[in-house]
Design a protein around this ligand. Sequence first.
Ligand SMILES: NC(=O)c1ccc[n+]([C@@H]2O[C@H](COP(=O)([O-])OP(=O)(O)OC[C@H]3O[C@@H](n4cnc5c(N)ncnc54)[C@H](O)[C@@H]3O)[C@@H](O)[C@H]2O)c1
Length: 297
Amino acid sequence: MDDGADVVSTLHKSRRELLPNIIGSTEETTTGLVRLRAMARDGALAFPVMAVNDALTKHLFDNRYGTGQSTMDGIVRATNYLIAGKKIVVVGYGWCSRGIAMRAKGLGGNVIVTEINPLKALEAVMDGFRVMPMLQAAREGDIFVSATGNKHVIDEHHMEVMKDGVLLANSGHFDIEVNKVALRALSVAEPQRVRPFVDQYTLKDGRKLNLLGEGRLINLAAAEGHPASVMDMSFAGQAMAAKYLLDNKGKLANQVYTIPEEVDQEIARIKLASMGIGIDTLTDEQYTYLNSWEEGT
Ligand SMILES: NC(=O)c1ccc[n+]([C@@H]2O[C@H](COP(=O)([O-])OP(=O)(O)OC[C@H]3O[C@@H](n4cnc5c(N)ncnc54)[C@H](O)[C@@H]3O)[C@@H](O)[C@H]2O)c1
């Protein structure tokens, strides 16, 4: 069971003697899957992988509600900032970042979204957020939060136009979303740790930019990560994916597989039951109607 493909990549790079004994692996996060799919494309993957992150019961809940809440929790714990009335630039409008945008708005933030994908950008617009290029948002924002899985989405030319005193935070998997090397190069000296998890960089023109949690996932650095009551669904996906690998041992190619839809449905059903919530089931008449092409046309 892997998170970020760290174990799989170590096995493939430096512990290859272990590869023949491995039935398969299960991957928790978006960034890990990007790497594993690249390995599968290059024919480099030595065993099948189950894409737990792609299960609906994972990314619709853990990435959105878990990351959304815990990221804002991390920023508030690190700084004790009042979010209400602040301009918060959320970089990306994927599953994590839309959760962050939603929760920042709920705290009274004035949220700006930046994207590179026109569909996601359009969704953000119709969800009621301001959308603009990062260079424009960089001039306006008080707090910047990235969760893209990409590198240098907050880069030197953005830092050059930012206001004095802004906060820079990241909730994507690696600490490369904020270009820390560029931030240090723009600064007069090593940053000052003004509070736990807050490093203040003084730029040559006197502005101060505050990097939270060294640019690492702020919800894990300064808060407690996701609550157990959303991780339970992700870990149910992990357990079911491991069982699927065992049940299908020897039958799967060295590819990345999605979690079967029935598994998603089963996890959601158990989660609802654990919350004491019941839902309806189709009547025979409705089932027949939905499966027919003759009725209702
Ligand atoms: N903090 C946590 O606990 C936590 C939890 C789950 C996932 N993650 C990580 O968060 C990251 C995002 O995951 P996700 O599931 O939201 O992915 P996603 O693919 O749903 O969303 C990423 C979004 O970022 C956008 N993007 C890429 N480059 C950009 C750029 N330069 N500017 C603006 N937008 C850009 C993409 O178009 C996409 O919409 C990954 O690294 C993932 O591993 C973190």
